[in-house]
Design a protein around this ligand. Structure first.
Ligand code: AMP
Length: 493
């Protein structure tokens, strides 16, 4: 089933049920949401945007974003959301690459002169056409492009991941099964909308299930907890940074018994934070693993043992394998290799980038995730980090995540990132960057002893730096390429 079919069905089947509480606090039932989406579709038609054309949207989180997204999906217009905090130079790249019919922004940011731009109030109604003749019915096909989602671009310029109507439909259905979405669910939505997690997993998942999404303009610990309580929420989805902030917010715990599922993903979750969050929320905390190019690939089970530190098993319809990249042979259970993914939610490729698309797939058609992982005998997956971040020091493989977890266990380490630095003698050396809560003079003495007690010598960092905070992107992922570059530059000086 395409995402178009799933949403159109939800709109009619659940007409009188609550669909969205907007960031402005207005409650819309599915019939009211459908009317707004219809008016938005007519407005887009008036602006001359037709099926198959790209529509770049750089709007703050608000109902206008939601209306335009849904109208585009239902009309077969290719929706291209970009971070509303992106710079003019970044926007120029997205626009030059996506080649859109129209760019919608909420400020007067520059776009290349030949491209049409309209400015909209992200909380207003300017994008709703007056009542008029209904548009002729359209039915996007399974293989039609639905969304171009730019990857965070940790290596090179961001590439547009093409997601089809079928890709989105398949993932939403798999999630509905794994997480047992029902129309009675109430989701507190505190994620950005320009990323796969907030847009597909949370918002689209809720709407396709006929559930109620309560939208918050941004994450703030108090607002999340107050909203969970006020709406008797059943679900909450977050990235690890948010969970950490919630459990250290000083609030006793989420004072509700209605929560049935809290999820974490998009970046590694420390087992300690997972355990603390589970106790805080008083319901299962399910860690899941996914990426822009696939949606969600694996999730811990909703019932039974979550097995801390793992990301659970493949979702229904998704296939996972772990392959030794040097031999292209599947690894035995327990060995680390590259995680590869197949199934109906896997994207067909990057927009107008044939070579990078070819490099992303194996000869037998599996997606190379670029993540290192281990599959256990029973199919439970553990992520070890990005393969590009693997450090090879004097011929030994060092997985930064293992060193980070060891350092994070030290009581004075608040945050840590481990990267590899070029080194004439060893090829690479292990470097640790820390947000440190103790006297500067103790960093090396204390931590070297701590690492030596827990890690083989070749894994122990050679280079130590303390910083005020780690550079992170909007999803809380540490920008390791920036850190490694800064460290390498400062070592050369
Ligand atoms: P994005 O396309 O921005 O969602 O980033 C996808 C990447 O985030 C994956 O390839 C992983 O490296 C990372 N990621 C997502 N979920 C997890 C998780 N549960 N644990 C560790 N890394 C994760």
């Amino acid at each position: 089933m395409t995402i178009h079919e799933l949403l159109a069905t939800a709109f009619t089947r659940h007409a009188a049920r609550p669909a969205i509480t907007t960031t402005s606090g207005d409650r819309l039932d599915y019939a009211a949401l459908a009317a707004r989406v219809d008016a938005t579709a007519r407005w887009l038609a008036e602006q001359g945007v037709t099926a198959g054309e790209r529509l770049v949207v750089r709007l703050a989180k608000g109902q206008a974003f939601v209306d335009i997204y849904l109208a585009a999906l239902l009309r077969g217009i290719v929706f291209v959301p970009v971070n509303d905090g992106c710079t003019a130079a970044e926007l120029e790249h997205y626009v030059a690459d996506a080649d859109p019919r129209l760019v919608l922004t909420d400020d007067d940011i520059d776009v290349p002169a030949h491209v049409e731009r309209l400015q909209l109030d992200p909380h207003g109604d300017e994008h709703l056409a007056d009542a008029g003749a209904p548009l002729p019915a359209t039915t996007p096909h399974a293989d039609d492009l639905a969304v171009l989602l730019y990857t965070s671009g940790t290596t090179g310029k961001p590439k547009g991941a093409m997601l089809t109507q079928d890709n989105l439909g398949a993932n939403v259905r798999a999630l509905a099964t794994a997480w047992e979405w029902v129309p009675d669910d109430v989701l507190v939505h505190a994620l950005p909308l320009f990323h796969v997690h907030g847009l597909f997993v949370a918002l689209t998942g809720a709407l396709a299930a006929g559930a109620h999404a309560v939208m918050l303009p941004r994450f703030a610990a108090d607002a999340v907890l107050d909203t969970i309580e006020a709406y008797d929420a059943t679900m909450f989805m977050a990235v690890p940074t948010m969970h950490h902030r919630l459990v250290t917010s000083g609030r006793a715990r989420a004072a509700t018994s209605t929560l049935r599922l809290v999820t974490s993903g998009s970046a590694p979750l420390r087992p300690e934070t997972a355990a603390a969050a589970q106790a805080f929320f008083g319901c299962p905390l399910v860690e899941r693993y996914g990426m822009t190019e696939v949606g969600i690939a694996a999730s811990q089970p909703l019932h039974g043992e979550q097995r801390l530190g793992t990301v659970g098993v493949a979702l229904p319809s998704v296939r996972l394998r772990v392959v030794d990249p040097s031999t292209a042979v599947a690894c035995p259970a327990g060995d680390t290799g590259e995680v590869q993914i197949a199934g109906p939610s896997v994207f067909p490729g990057y927009w107008r980038r044939t070579e990078q698309t070819a490099a992303t797939f194996t000869d037998d058609g599996w997606l190379r995730s670029g993540d290192l992982g281990v599959l256990a005998d029973d199919g439970v997956l553990t992520i070890r980090g990005r393969s590009k971040e693997l450090i090879i020091s004097a011929g030994f493989n060092v997985y930064p995540r293992e060193v980070e977890e060891c350092l994070a266990d030290h009581p004075a380490v608040r945050e840590v990132a481990v990267v590899g630095l070029p080194d004439d003698d060893r090829g690479e050396v292990v470097a640790a960057v820390l947000v440190w809560d103790g006297p500067e003079s103790l960093v090396e003495d204390d931590l070297v002893a701590h690492c030596r007690a827990h890690l083989a010598a070749y894994k122990c960092p050679w280079v130590w730096r303390t910083v005020e905070s780690l550079p992170r992107n909007a999803m809380g992922k540490v920008q390791k390429h920036t850190l490694a570059q800064q460290l390498a530059d400062s070592r050369r000086d």
